[in-house]
Write a protein that binds this ligand. Structure first.
Ligand code: ATP
Length: 137
């Protein structure tokens, strides 16, 4: 079985959608291996999105991701990384397929409810960013 990292972003928390989004994820066959709520520091948000440091939206993204608490989760399933990307839909909800989490709940390409790792290699890095081994049994 494969693991991926999901983040329910500040807009998800503000819109009281934690339960609905987690139901959607569980109904799609993902097991929640680990879960916690926390407020990212600017340093953590910058480090997490380091690959985007040159993008014009980077500072807005860091501000958004630190604007409220987030819920971070490790999800497990066969083909978890790709299946989760399918489940959440395109970055921009306007381009996301019907029935995807972003199509259902997201407002725009920044406030898009949820993050999912984009490769198995990045999933491992992102999981260890938030969870020590002792929380991953
Ligand atoms: P994530 O990595 O959060 O799952 P993603 O892989 O769909 O999203 P990326 O291109 O990696 O999208 O961008 C990371 C995040 O940065 C997006 O989820 C979104 O919140 C924000 N973002 C991406 N592109 C833009 C943009 N053009 N304008 C504003 N925010 C953006």
């Amino acid at each position: 079985l494969e693991r991926t990292l999901a983040i329910l972003k500040p807009d998800c928390i503000r819109k009281n959608l934690i339960g609905k989004v987690i139901s959607h994820i569980e109904e799609a066959g993902f097991k929640i291996v680990a879960l916690k709520m926390l407020k990212l520091t600017p340093e953590q948000a910058k480090a997490f999105y380091y690959v985007h440091r040159e993008k014009p939206f980077y500072s807005d993204l860091v501000n958004f991701m630190t604007s409220d608490k987030v819920v971070v989760m490790v999800l497990e399933k066969e083909n978890a990384v790709n299946d989760f990307r399918e489940l959440i839909g395109a970055t921009d909800p306007k381009e996301a397929k019907e029935g995807t989490i972003r199509k259902l709940y997201a407002d725009n390409k920044q406030e898009n409810i949820v993050h999912g790792s984009d490769s198995p290699e990045n999933a491992k890095i992102e999981i260890s960013f938030f969870f020590p081994e002792s929380e991953l049994i």
